[in-house]
Design a protein around this ligand. Structure first.
Ligand SMILES: Cc1ncc(COP(=O)(O)O)c(C=O)c1O
Length: 498
């Protein structure tokens, strides 16, 4: 066998990327130990560190250096990462990180992720530990949500992807599979319904699925809870116009204020109307682990498809989400494309009865997301994770009360789960209260004290505090209120009264 490009003669280097001397192996051990030390130090000193700080120019310069032709070695790479990257992350390890809806992660989860990296597994299929672990955690979820035995699940990067995949299955069902062969022609006239408080990932999904955002009807919501009469009117109107309603998305916690759609009423109505019910449970679905919260959510066992996140409230390190589809065969049919090189045989790694995850999503190669989930729940148990969620709902109620009791603050939304939206409206507030509150937000972020994000509700800009954080204490929230008021006084006074 000859090739013009490379030689196979004796003496040609056959260089592995592994260490080759005892000293090189020891250097890797030292780097690993340093990493463990950093892990512990970082977590033990979280309260003393700023919640967030922007990467300085020197850090950016190092990060952006061109890839070296000759390697600099592990010790240098690790030292640079420790100095220029580690201190400038999102900040969601911090006890006062309340921006967007981010989980804080846990040490067992991090170690699980580390072990997953160590295996470098490809969880596409086969008789291998990581496939069995993913199947095991999916079985846990199936039990928690009381879904039927033939429901099928798959881990995803997050709820955005789970929503996309869930709606792809709904589209497959609505076109009786024709979308796979006919493409967009088969989806003409399909219409999807969700409340106006629905997450942008639903619109993204409709766009990516070739339905277009015009196929999504965002129905009126009251305090972000879908108005069932408006929904029924929209569906009737569309049918009268010759369109084909096919799916309703229910929010199990809206991204803005954490509102819950009336899931049971939606199920009864969509059953009557023969519509697919997809639940976006990114924020709230796993509240089911708490007996107290479970009662608020509605019966998730009855939906056709369910998207939820592990990296938010359950505190699994990023990234990890999940899709469940009630009809597992429909799930598989929506994605499977036979390929000879992925065939199963009568034994070995790919026996006929091995699970083929690649048939349940567009992905072939998939990293291991299951082990960090397995480690998290094995270490803490479902009870304790449920208690964290309950505590966060208590935190939100506590913050809401502090806001309500302070005349210089105004709460702008009801608090159903773990999100509080409010603004500063003290005596010195100018007419442009929105800009003042934006400046308060930026000042708080830059101070390193906490991370909040913003939202607009009832026509106003507000400070949004989403507490999916197992490290938060009530005292942190009391101090937040003090600081918002102090910043409001300081910054409001700087502006001309309007
Ligand atoms: C209600 C809702 N749906 C979907 C998503 C998207 O989830 P992810 O960021 O995991 O993709 C979010 C994210 O905050 C959300 O709040």
């Amino acid at each position: 066998v000859k090739t013009d490009l490379v030689s196979h003669e004796a003496g040609t280097p056959e260089a592995s990327l592994d260490p080759s001397t005892p000293a090189e192996w020891e250097a890797v051990r030292a780097a690993g130990r340093r990493l463990v030390d950093l892990l512990i130090e970082t977590h033990q000193t979280l309260r003393e560190q700023p919640c967030w700080r922007p990467p300085p120019a020197a850090a950016l310069a190092t990060i952006r250096e061109p890839a070296p032709l000759e390697g600099e070695g592990l010790a240098t790479a690790l030292a640079d990462a420790e100095r220029f990257i580690l201190p400038y992350a999102t900040g969601n390890l911090h006890p006062r990180f309340w921006g967007w809806v981010l989980g804080g992660g846990t040490l067992p989860g991090i170690l699980g992720q580390w072990m997953a990296a160590m295996m470098n597994a490809n969880v596409f299929a086969g008789d291998q530990g990581p496939v069995h672990v993913e199947r095991a955690v999916l079985d846990w979820f199936r039990t928690w949500f009381e879904l039927p035995p033939d429901a099928s699940g798959i881990l995803t990067t997050g709820a955005s992807m789970a929503n996309l995949l869930g709606l792809a299955v709904a589209r497959h069902h609505a076109t009786k599979g024709a979308v796979k062969t006919e493409g967009p022609e088969a989806t003409q006239g399909l219409r999807l319904y969700a409340s106006e408080a629905t997450h942008s990932s639903i619109l993204k999904a409709a766009q990516l699925l070739g339905l277009g955002s015009r196929a999504v009807r965002l129905v009126r919501a009251v305090d972000e809870r879908i108005d069932l009469t408006a929904l029924a009117d929209a569906v009737r109107e569309d049918r009268d116009r010759g369109l084909t309603p096919f799916c309703v998305v229910a929010n199990v916690g809206t991204v803005g204020i954490g509102a819950l759609d009336p899931l049971d009423a939606l199920r009864e109505w969509t059953d009557r109307e023969r519509l697919w019910l997809h639940a976006d449970g990114a924020i709230g679905a796993l509240g089911r682990l708490s007996p107290v919260l479970r009662a608020k959510l509605g019966d998730l066992s009855r939906v056709d498809s369910l998207a939820f996140d592990l990296h938010k409230w359950p505190q699994v390190p990023y990234d990890a989400g999940c899709l469940f589809v009630r009809d597992g065969e429909m799930h598989r049919a929506a994605f499977e494309v036979g390929a000879g090189y992925l065939g199963t045989v009568s034994g070995g790694f790919s026996p006929h009865d091995a699970h083929v995850f690649h048939a349940y999503s567009p992905l072939l190669s998939r990293g291991d997301r299951a082990l960090k989930i397995w480690m998290t729940f094995k270490s803490f148990g479902t009870k304790r994770i449920g208690e964290v969620m309950e505590a966060n709902v208590g935190h939100a109620a506590y913050l809401a009360k502090l806001v309500d009791d302070d005349p210089s603050l105004e709460r702008l939304a009801p608090v159903e789960l773990n999100i509080v939206c409010f603004r500063y409206v003290g005596d010195n507030a100018p007419a442009d209260v929105d800009t003042l509150n934006e400046r308060i937000l930026i000042a708080l972020q830059n101070s390193g004290f906490c991370m909040l994000s913003s939202f607009r509700t009832r026509g106003s800009f507000c400070l949004r505090v989403a507490i999916s954080n197992h490290r938060t204490r009530r005292a942190d929230l009391a101090e937040l209120v003090e600081r918002v008021v102090a910043e409001g006084r300081r910054l409001g006074g700087l502006q001309p009264h309007g």
